[in-house]
Design a binder for this molecule. Structure first.
Ligand SMILES: CC(C)(COP(=O)(O)OP(=O)(O)OC[C@H]1O[C@@H](n2cnc3c(N)ncnc32)[C@H](O)[C@@H]1OP(=O)(O)O)[C@@H](O)C(=O)NCCC(=O)NCCS
Length: 184
């Protein structure tokens, strides 16, 4: 197990938005509009957003929408200086766990064609490429790759997920639902 001391997953709160946006400006070509997170947290009942803290400081974040049977990962990011150390895996595990808690059957997401690192992360969780949206990203005309989990209740997906969960040591993970969330 990869043990990274002091890591905690928590629900994103209003007071976290400034730090999340600072990370976002650093790692995304086109950050979300200024009020997007505020709207997501206060008005979108389908949305769940989380932050990953290390010794109190936000080092990553992520979110999804639960729409019908499907959980759609809307964003995930790790501070540039902290990438490639397993934090993305911890965040993504927390999002998958959230999808289970919300009763989703599938998880889907879009990722830039060139984003090999993120694609490898999703593949490690058993996601597969199911399509492509040509020119989806208007900032550079890049295609979006659409990835899909298949059923998250399929034994093979679950087995792999349990293994991924076991490979990170983060409070708020490891079988227990995230604190502060309703159970359905
Ligand atoms: C994508 C992102 C969130 C990943 O976070 P990270 O902390 O850097 O990633 P991790 O170190 O946890 O894991 C990813 C790597 O570990 C690999 N990995 C993790 N667990 C694994 C496992 N159990 N088995 C095999 N491979 C595994 C992944 O394949 C990937 O490999 P690489 O380092 O060779 O590319 C981060 O790089 C980021 O914020 N990027 C900028 C924003 C972005 O692109 N977001 C995604 C938008 S769709």
């Amino acid at each position: 197990m990869q043990v990274i001391p002091g890591l905690v997953i928590e629900r994103m709160r209003e007071e976290d938005i400034a730090q999340v946006q600072a990370i976002e400006r650093e790692i995304f070509l086109t950050p979300w509009p200024k009020n997007a997170y505020h709207r997501e947290l206060s008005q979108n009942r389908q949305a769940s957003y989380i932050v990953l803290r290390r010794e109190g400081e936000i080092v990553g974040y992520g979110g999804l929408w639960k729409v019908g049977d499907e959980a759609h990962v809307t964003t995930i990011g790790v501070r540039a200086v902290d990438q490639h150390h397993g934090l993305g895996r911890a965040l993504f595990a927390a999002l998958v766990q959230r999808a289970y808690v919300l009763g989703a059957r599938w998880i889907t997401l879009e990722v830039r064609n060139s984003n090999d690192h993120a694609i490898r992360l999703y593949e490690a969780f058993g996601f597969k490429v199911i399509g492509r949206r040509r020119g989806y990203y208007t900032d550079n005309g890049e295609d979006a790759i659409i990835m899909w989990s298949d059923s998250i209740h399929a034994p093979a997906f679950k087995r792999n997920f349990v293994q991924m969960l076991g490979s990170v040591d983060v409070s708020g993970l490891n079988g227990t639902p995230l604190p502060d969330y309703p159970q359905s």
